[in-house]
Design a protein around this ligand. Sequence first.
Ligand code: FE
Length: 197
Amino acid sequence: MAPSRREFLGVVLGASAAGTLGVPALAQTTRPPTPACGGHGATPTQTEGPYFKPSSPERVSLLEPEMRGRRLTVSGAVLGTDCKPVPRALLDFWQADAGGRYDNAAFRLRGHQLTDAEGRYRLETILPGIYPGRARHIHVKVQAPSRPPLTTQLYFPGEAGNARDGIFDPALLVALADAADGASAARFDFVLDLRAR
Ligand code: FE
């Protein structure tokens, strides 16, 4: 069977990237067209749940004075399924506080930001508390310019609640590390299907 247009482009792009790095381009033609950004297609969608509120403030830090909870940064990139970064993608985060409560009256622990020119984002927040029936999670909508939003949730490794949560998806686990300052650092790259309608 002839390679699809996408497979063909993958080989060409892979060869060109390898050339830039000084790797012989020929070797690339034998590799499968698996993108470096995961090869599993777009990030899975999840329910928005009952607590989304539109018009969150634009801010990279959701921290406020006296806020309880373990400090957490979440960072990574927004990429297309072609693994190219998506600049100026909108990320709108919302989460529970350390006690597992959402602020539905105001915008505590809610905020949106745009990716930079390299498609990167960085959120400063606290580890969300857990509430009955759910594993620990952060909600997010991710939207490339002029595209529909992808609504999903991020989960944390090593949580007993993951196995008990009926909508938990291991593809949405962040990579978690402990930072030197007693905070936690999570990483997650979102992958958007830019052809989706
Ligand atoms: Fe929730």
